[in-house]
Design a protein around this ligand. Structure first.
Ligand code: CTP
Length: 405
């Protein structure tokens, strides 16, 4: 179950060509069972219809500050008080300017004046407007007041030009809202390092030895930790996944690079979670040029790579967690890894089971704890598994008094 479930989100939508993308933001929040109310400016109505948002949220969309209803006039205060979190996406230069200067001349700007909840905004505008000094200084003022700004991306803009100012991707906005809206941020102040994905060991400039890990489990862990308020570093092998919002990502390719990146970031981590499927062997030599099929058969001489988790265990962070993806004798193998690598927890999964393992969005895992307690979890999404693992991390850190009980 998502930690966004039942969280009350007001989403403000202002008049930008990218307003249609707000529908995807709403869908992402509703998919996680957040309770979303949309406030549109009149200008937003020129780009996207209120019916879209009322259909997606199941609630009427608020537009007018003084609607012709019995309780006209107090909606801005009620909405602001109701919200756990307020997000504006897209946010025009106009709403940014009004917020920075305390102006309220329509429903959304007065909701923002009355708003005491955590707030984020995702600007969208032409790059010339984006780099305008007044806009930037308004954003600085808002940041200094604790408003979280989701930076726009570089890319194709509405008029065909390229530049900064494109609305951030809807999934990134959902993620930013989820971080703000988390009910208790029980990993605030904690540093968490996660490794994810496969590694790739080159044979020659065009071929490599790799494995089927998609990185989805590790990325879900990084997102789950960030949502709960941790400072997260993700060391990621080659995957096709988008960097998680609010996470420092180091991209690596080989087991050697992953080792270097993990050890370089090891200092100061409260929890290290090795979810990566690290190659145990790499080709002893790499051919400098593409190998040609001149022989009938080919033998590759492979060399052992370093065991990163075992090296981290030698100078233990307060919490150390490993994964064991197995095809046979799984529980025994996983228990052995827990002991050999001096771990607090091993997350074991049988990669041959339907709905578990590589590439899927779901997993079936057993948590094997240092004190011998084992718990088999039912099939669930990798994000839910990640949240369960973070429950363990938070409990271990509380027990070790790294975070207050
Ligand atoms: N691991 C690691 N460095 C390696 C290999 C594995 O840090 N060179 C970590 C993985 O990220 C995982 C745990 O160790 O958290 C177990 O990995 P796994 O590949 O399942 O086991 P191995 O240690 O390689 O043992 P075996 O070959 O017996 O399966």
């Amino acid at each position: 179950m998502s930690r966004l479930k039942g969280r009350r989100i007001v989403l403000g939508v202002t008049g930008s060509i990218s307003a249609y993308k707000a529908a995807e933001v709403v869908r992402g929040l509703v998919r996680e069972q957040a309770d979303v109310r949309v406030v549109m400016t009149r200008e937003a109505g020129a780009f996207v219809g209120a019916v879209t948002f009322s259909a997606l949220t199941g609630h009427p969309v608020a537009v007018e500050q003084f609607p012709d209803t019995g309780m006209a006039g107090e909606e801005h205060v009620d909405l602001a008080a109701w919200a756990d979190t307020v997000a504006i996406a897209p946010a025009t230069a106009n709403i940014i300017g009004k917020m920075a200067n305390g102006l309220g001349d329509d429903l959304l700007s007065t909701v923002m004046l009355a708003c005491e909840a955590p707030c984020c905004l995702a600007p969208a505008m032409n790059f010339r407007m984006w780099r305008n000094e007044a806009v930037q200084s308004n954003l600085d003022r808002l940041r200094s007041r604790g408003v979280h700004v989701i930076d726009p991306e570089f890319g194709l803009l509405a008029n065909g030009e390229e530049g900064d100012g494109r609305l951030a991707a809807p999934e990134q906005i959902v993620e930013a809202v989820a971080i703000l809206a988390d009910p208790d941020h029980d990993l605030a102040g904690c540093n968490v390092l996660v490794s994810a994905g496969p590694t790739a060991e080159d044979i020659d400039p065009v071929r490599c030895v790799t494995n089927r890990s998609s990185g989805k489990m590790g990325y879900a862990l990084a997102r789950a930790a960030a949502r709960r308020g941790a400072s997260v570093t993700l060391v990621a092998g080659p995957t096709s996944l988008q960097d998680p919002y609010g996470v420092a990502v180091e991209h690596v390719r080989t087991a050697g690079e992953m080792r270097d990146a993990v050890l370089a970031n090891r200092e100061g981590q409260h929890a290290v979670i090795m979810a990566a499927a690290v190659a145990d062997y790499r080709p002893g030599t790499q051919a400098p040029r593409k190998m040609k099929k001149t022989q009938e058969s080919l033998t590759l001489e492979m060399t052992r790579t370093a065991d990163i988790l075992a090296e981290v265990a030698a100078d233990r962070p307060p919490v150390l967690i490993g994964f064991a993806a197995e095809t046979h004798d799984g529980l025994d193998n996983a228990r052995r890894k827990l002991a050999d690598k001096d771990l607090d927890l091993v997350v074991y999964n049988d990669v041959t089971a339907d709905g578990a393992g590589f590439e899927t969005d779901t997993n079936i895992v057993t948590l094997i704890r240092r004190d011998g307690r084992e718990e088999s979890l039912p099939l669930q999404s990798k994000s839910d598994v990640a949240d369960r693992v973070m429950d363990e991390v938070a409990a271990l850190l509380r027990n070790r008094e790294v975070v207050p009980a």
